[in-house]
Design a binder for this molecule. Structure first.
Ligand SMILES: Nc1nc2c(ncn2[C@@H]2O[C@H](COP(=O)(O)OP(=O)(O)OP(=O)(O)O)[C@@H](O)[C@H]2O)c(=O)[nH]1
Ligand SMILES: [Mg+2]
Length: 153
């Protein structure tokens, strides 16, 4: 299974993003434990907030085809330098909640992702759908799925 895994601080919008991308069918509520769907792996924010749990994220990442590493522009930045490099699948950085954040906050979140070791960064909103089409396309590429001629442009 080529699963999409999400990682990031509590309330960053991980579950909402999986839902908006169509890879999670369940409800969006606080994620209390690792949750596997046929197409995704959802993780609780605490696993990123509390270093004692890092090893769980790292071990779980082995089972992912692509990892979305979220930074919430509405909350105090939590940067763990080069954390994304410890994960065992390709990492895409995602600034969430673009609909509700100021350009300055978005810029700061992008910087936080760069400090976390991420090189590819998307700015999205699960509320309005901003940025989701491009992100979906990149996920499909990293999962090794063929694009249709129209999508490939
Ligand atoms: N404005 C706005 N709010 C969002 C967006 N995405 C998520 N939220 C809100 O952010 C809150 C947290 O969303 P979740 O998807 O549960 O966040 P999470 O990262 O899965 O949180 P944990 O499971 O606790 O780690 C909810 O109140 C969502 O409605 C977005 O794109 N825009
Ligand atoms: Mg969640």
């Amino acid at each position: 299974m080529k699963r999409v895994m999400v990682v990031g601080q509590t309330g960053a919008g991980k579950t909402s993003l999986l839902k908006a991308l169509g890879v999670w069918e369940g409800h969006v509520r606080k994620t209390e434990a690792l949750a596997y769907g046929p197409q995704c792996i959802d993780t609780p924010g605490e696993f990123f907030d509390i270093p004692m749990f890092y090893h769980v994220l790292i071990q779980t990442s082995i089972k992912a085809a692509v990892i979305l590493f979220l930074m919430d522009p509405l909350r105090p930045k939590h940067v763990v330098p080069n954390f994304s490099k410890t994960l065992r699948a390709p990492v895409i950085g995602v600034v969430s909640k673009a609909d509700a954040a100021t350009p300055k906050a978005i810029e700061s979140a992008i910087q936080g992702l760069q400090e976390s070791g991420v090189t590819e960064i998307h700015v999205v909103s699960s509320e309005t759908g901003e940025g989701l089409e491009r992100l979906s396309q990149r996920i499909r590429e990293l999962r090794g799925e063929e694009l249709t001629a129209a999508e490939a442009g």
